[in-house]
Write a protein that binds this ligand. Sequence first.
Ligand code: ADP
Ligand code: MG
Length: 207
Amino acid sequence: LLEIEEMSKKDRLRLKRIKEAHFEEHKMIEEFDFGFQNNISQSKILDLATLSFLDKHENIIFIGPPGVGKSHISTGLGMKACEEGRSVLFVNAIELMDYLSKCLEKGTLRQQFKRLYKVDLLIIDDLGYLKMDKEKESIFFQLIRQRYEKKSLIITTNLPFNRWDEVFTNELAAAAVLDRLLHHAHIISISGDSYRVNKKHEEVLND
Ligand code: ADP
Ligand code: MG
């Protein structure tokens, strides 16, 4: 009985962490078809799924076009982290930066930074579709600096590094962010076809 109680307590905690992570979809690494996206190293992803990157406070950057599985794998790693008792937060880059700049206006940014720092794994999804102004750029830089060598980040983006200046106000600002971000980072470039588009084609062909 004790064992069952222990188990359900663990399950409850796990579910609480998953809820608090605010994943957009509950995708698992086990559901990822490495046969379809065979330009991703399965062994590399499975190695990341051991979560040793979290203990080493390393970052992961997924780069690739839409639909190749960047958010899926990031979420899968986040779900693993929840299972292992880590706190996770999954946020869309535009929403995060809008929110933080509102916090700056309201005078609650410090408080928010404290909250964010408590999160073991921060997943910033789709950095690349926003254009930061000076204010957002400064907030983003503080965030990166705060986590540097202390906490892990996963960032997904459609932009290769030589185009990150499109997100920031200038090349120098992009370089300053990249310098810290990439110092201890796993960079996973995914090319290939969109899984969504491919599935649609299959459906149409089968009709
Ligand atoms: P991205 O973030 O790169 O735009 P997503 O991770 O959102 O792409 O993938 C788009 C959709 O296709 C999701 O529902 C995802 O689960 C699914 N998907 C993508 N690649 C694969 C794959 N190789 N195996 C299984 N599902 C996949
Ligand atoms: Mg995505």
